[in-house]
Design a binder for this molecule. Structure first.
Ligand SMILES: Nc1ncnc2c1ncn2[C@@H]1O[C@H](COP(=O)(O)OP(=O)(O)OP(=O)(O)O)[C@@H](O)[C@H]1O
Length: 816
């Protein structure tokens, strides 16, 4: 009978590799051990020996297939075949593990460390170190540090072979195996030594060897009874690229304790105990290997012993792993050989996917990103220069820039500015935040005003509801106000609390104590059925009848809350335009109509001025482009001229009889060109200054026209739709519907009224920026009006001649 042991995944590239190395012996059992010519298959023919027993009585022939057989191989050959590539990979950032496994005396230590007396016999560790330092030297573009650690596991206790040896096992400093987030393993308490040269590294190896615990053993007087892990740690950073990336890798060179079975050693006492620990850890290593090879297994019993735990990240995973199965080819050792090869072929089934261990230094990464930002900014600045947007800056906005943006937003809201100049993202953010700030400010102003006038009734508060009901307020089944009793209407006004003042669930009905109210006639009497049909002002009707309450313009609805006649947000446009006693049209809708009828002349002038303004702005942009082009040409010409001059100086100057320097034609042409360019630069620059002044002036005219249009509209609107003084005062209080809209008989202009209201509101806090802004605006307005004098177009009387921007001397604009 025969059986063949091999790895299921032997054709897979990414798996643990195994080489069988034989210990040379004069008594090699040629009749039992045969190596096939493929250099990979070992045939074993067992003799039935009932006295000694065989590994498996059923099988007499075994065939093991490994990755290579190193029979009578020199240390050099072993290194070249097994370790050389792995060391190369180590320097590239791959982790690697090289293990020697086999029975006591099979040559594990000889393979790993070698014989000290003969240089030729040095093992894998010193040879690996030599190659590491050769590679370090060859990779001068990298700053590579090499560190060494040497761990021994003896009877389940860990020793640091590179620190002072403890006097007894009790005084061994505690070391623990720790795992990081990426599954990496390290031994806490194990010293890791920097080794700058090969010599330093070899010294560490010898120091560790001297410290290695050695127990006398019946089979071999120098046999090691412990597992030893010699680790070379590499950290490599590029010297040329100043990036944050670096690699960190390690190569474990593991000399496992002898794997022979307890019975064979014939040991007793302390040595028997050692053998028990060794067998236990190797048997757990075997279990771990079996579990790792089984892809369905979820739990891998790494932690069962120190050995498997310490090697957790070194067998399989992202690491290159190679095992050398040391065998002793004598007939007496055949069972151990079979056992070793069995284990070795099992470990071949463990898959691994080696990968480079790259890390990022956070501090360097931040620095790198900062540098990248700077260079991107420079690139953007260059781009802006090329596209004539040189005024764009990517630095945080200064206080004065923020103030200017705030001012522009304010003017935009007032309607005196058409566009806000934005050239970069920071400005967009600042504009939005300015809008947000102003909306919040206005909301709280209106809310405060409402709170000053209304009593808010919380729907969740039964006492408040009862008090309101007592006063005549009727609530429907949804808790909405449906009716306000006639008697108490004299004392209570009704409104809806602003949505921002309370959460919707506890939203309130607001009842206001008013001085007097004569508009009872507007409230319809209760219907015949007794239920109040439409007794409340139109706002309430709209609010209550709407099945899903639309979010109206907050300011409009807040203004509406204060007035019985309001510009409601519901209803079709056509409805809004029809003059109704209780519901005037939406101001925006009415304004559109006004612009095309009553205010058409003012609107025409405004449009005309806006067109001129946009023409002037375009002219300004074109001129700036030309000027920038001329400037670039001046620079280039100047540079060429300077080069020409320095050439002339180098060659020696020609001077005529009058002592004047003689220049050649080319230099003369350059001088002439430079002169012409400078002159056109100057004249374009002057023109630009004038056009800029005209733009400023045009802007003012447009602003003024717009103000007049609004003012005229306000007058018309209040005369057409709002009749009683009571209603006018109510509408005035609702100024938030459109900033600064007024309904007085002698209307203030929009700006004045806004300023007045803002001043009133801000008097409580005169230090605030808004107060300062309002004050500044008033002063500016006064200056402006004084400067304009009679030149101001009268927009009240259509047909009055207006002054267009063309007629105004730039000097006057500059003064302004
Ligand atoms: N390939 C080899 N060439 C020459 N000598 C060898 C070879 N392999 C082993 N030996 C010799 O065999 C003896 C035992 O080897 P070694 O100590 O390396 O065995 P081991 O497997 O490490 O044993 P233990 O498990 O007890 O540590 C040593 O004297 C060593 O020099």
């Amino acid at each position: 009978m025969s059986g063949i042991s091999s790895a299921d995944g032997r054709n897979r590239k990414n798996r643990v590799h195994v080489y069988a190395r034989t210990r040379p012996t004069a008594n090699f059992a040629h009749d039992m051990l045969n190596f096939r010519p493929d250099g990979k298959t070992i045939d074993i023919h067992g003799r039935k020996d009932t006295k000694r027993g065989v590994v498996n009585n059923q099988l007499l022939d075994w065939h093991f297939k490994v990755d290579g057989i190193l029979h009578n191989a020199s240390q050099d050959e072993v290194y070249e075949n097994v370790a050389s590539r792995m060391v190369n990979n180590l320097l590239e950032g791959y982790n690697g593990t090289l293990m020697c496994y086999g029975q006591t005396g099979a040559g594990k230590t000889f393979t790993m460390t070698g014989a000290t007396e003969n240089y030729k016999h040095r093992g894998l560790i010193p040879r690996s170190l030599a190659q590491v330092y050769r590679e370090v030297e060859d990779r001068s573009e990298h700053a590579i540090t090499v560190r060494i650690s040497y761990l021994e596991i003896y009877n389940e206790t860990m020793f640091d072979l590179l620190s002072t040896l403890p006097e007894s096992i009790q005084s061994v400093p505690q070391m623990t195996i720790v795992e990081d987030d990426q599954g990496g393993v390290s031994v806490k308490g194990l010293s890791v030594h920097l080794a700058n040269t090969e010599e330093e590294a070899l010294n560490l190896l010898f120091e560790g060897e001297t410290n290695r615990a050695i127990a006398a053993h019946s089979l071999n007087s120098v046999s090691s009874r412990s597992h030893c892990i010699f680790t070379i740690h590499i950290e490599s950073r590029s010297r040329t690229e100043s990036n944050a990336k670096y690699i960190k890798s390690k190569l474990n060179l593991v000399d496992l304790a002898g794997s022979e079975r307890l019975g064979k050693t014939g040991s007793a006492g302390k040595t028997a105990m050692e053998a028990m620990y060794i067998n236990k850890s190797l048997s757990f290593l075997e279990q771990t290997v079996i579990a790792l090879a089984d892809r369905k297994r979820e739990h891998i019993p790494y932690r069962q012993t120190k050995l498997t735990h310490a090697l957790k990240d070194s067998i399989g995973g992202n690491c290159h792993t190679i095992m050398i199965a040391n065998i002793w080819g004598e007939s007496q050792q055949i069972e151990e050989t079979i056992s070793t090869l069995r284990f070795a072929t099992r470990i071949m089934c463990i898959a691994n996917v080696p990968s480079i261990n790259e890390y990022y230094d956070p501090a360097l990464l931040v620095k790198k990103l900062e540098r990248e930002i700077i260079s991107l900014k420079q690139e953007l600045a260059m781009h802006d220069t090329l596209t004539n947007r040189s005024q764009v800056s990517y630095e945080p906005l200064s206080d004065s820039q923020l103030y200017e943006i705030q001012r522009q937003v304010q003017r935009y809201l007032e309607g005196s500015l058409d566009e806000i100049d934005i050239v970069n993202v920071r400005q967009i953010q600042a504009v939005f935040s300015s809008f947000k700030g102003m909306v919040n400010q206005m909301e709280s102003q209106v809310e405060n005003k409402l709170r000053a006038k209304f009593t808010l009734i919380d729907r969740a508060d039964p006492n408040a509801i009862a008090a309101a009901q007592k006063a005549g307020v009727v609530f429907d089944e949804n808790g909405e106000v449906s009716y306000v009793g006639d008697v108490d209407r004299q004392n209570f006004g009704i409104g809806i609390a602003p949505s921002s003042s309370k959460p919707a669930s506890s939203s309130v009905v607001a009842a206001r104590r008013v001085k007097s109210r004569k508009s009872k006639e507007r409230a319809s009497p209760p219907s015949k059925s007794g239920a109040p049909s439409s007794p409340v002002p139109s706002t309430l009707q709209t609010e209550n009848s709407s099945p899903t309450r639309q979010p109206p313009d907050t300011r409009e609805s807040m203004a509406g809350a204060d007035a019985t006649s309001v510009s409601g947000s519901a209803g079709a446009v056509g409805d809004q335009m029809a003059p109704r006693e209780s519901t005037p049209p939406l101001r925006t809708v009415a304004f559109e109509e006004f612009k095309h009828e009553k205010g058409s002349e003012i609107n025409r002038i405004l449009t005309e001025n806006k067109d001129i303004l946009s023409q002037k702005k375009k002219q300004c942009r074109d001129l700036a482009k030309t000027i920038n082009g001329t400037k670039t040409e001046i620079d280039t010409t100047r540079e060429a001229l300077e080069m020409k001059r320095s050439d002339r100086m180098e060659q020696g100057e020609f001077v005529n009889e009058d002592g004047e320097t003689v220049i050649d034609e080319e230099e003369f042409m350059l001088i002439k060109k430079l002169k012409d360019l400078k002159s056109s630069y100057r004249s374009d620059y002057d023109e630009l200054r004038d056009v800029k002044s005209e733009v400023q002036y045009c802007q003012k005219l447009v602003d003024q026209c717009r103000q007049r249009l609004i003012q005229e509209f306000d007058t018309w609107y209040s005369q057409s739709f709002l009749t009683t003084s009571d209603e006018q005062s109510s509408a005035q209080a609702g100024f938030g519907a459109r900033l600064g809209t007024t309904y007085n008989a002698e209307p203030e202009d929009e700006g004045e009224r806004f300023e007045r209201l803002q001043m009133e509101l801000l008097m409580e806090n005169p230090d605030s920026a808004a107060f300062y802004n309002a004050k500044m605006r008033t002063e500016r307005r006064q200056t402006y009006e004084a400067a304009m004098g009679q030149a101001q177009p009268s927009l009240r009387k259509p047909g009055t001649p207006t002054i267009t921007v063309h007629n105004l001397p730039p000097s006057m604009l500059v003064q302004y």
